[in-house]
Design a protein around this ligand. Sequence first.
Ligand code: SF4
Ligand code: SF4
Length: 261
Amino acid sequence: MKYVDISKIDKLPGRRLGDNDTFSFRCHSRIDCFNLCCRNLNLFLYPYDVIRLKNRLGISSDQFLDKYADIVLRESNFFPEVMLRMSENEEKTCPFLNESGCLVYPDRPDSCRTFPVEQGIFFDEKTKQTRLLHFFRPPDFCLGRHENKVWTSKTWAKDQQSVVYNQMTILWAGLKRMFQTDPFGGQGLNSPEGKMAFMAAYNIDKYRDFVFNSSFLKRYKVKSDVIKKIRIDDAELMKLGFKWIKLYLWGIKTKQIRPKI
Ligand code: SF4
Ligand code: SF4
């Protein structure tokens, strides 16, 4: 997921897919390139990806981040990226790949679902809305592009069950955009604020512990129906976490959460 500079859109690699534009593609286990795309990847994980993967694996978000993720801070960014750590073999295969395919397929990350379509994020200054843009960009080795099944970006998203993922990605992108200026006073993730914001975004089990086993609910007013949901639903807790980060770092109040004082 990258922010797209709309003035340079025609110069970006791949073919931009408008709402009615189509592309041909089919992936299946008998194709010669089967699984070639699941190795040596810079695979960014978004907060919802981590929730789905750690739940599929039956481990905590802490354990997932420790075992499967690299946390990297890109130059001139103030919030880190979380990347899936590839295996330490010659081909640097994805840790979830085996001979028959993807071991976490129903919960595979957003980028794997949309592949070979890539998503870009566009923030419309006029409407103040974040939108996804789509680019058909299969690598040369991907033979699926020679198959004759036809899609639009919308039918592809539906087929890959990525609609919910896309919604969560847009929410995350809206927050991530706010980190274009430094909210941590130059201290980055070493600051208490940086650590807390990272926990709320990516370490959902630890964040739940913080919400329910600290003075959090004494300090913040959270709507009772929201409290009910976040006890049991990681995605709802993640959404509250995004709102809390905005309140905690920038003082932005919402209906769902505000200070008690
Ligand atoms: S390279 Fe393309 S066609 Fe081959 S397995 Fe990957 S997505 Fe499917
Ligand atoms: S998560 Fe699954 S689909 Fe994604 S790279 Fe790994 S094996 Fe491939």
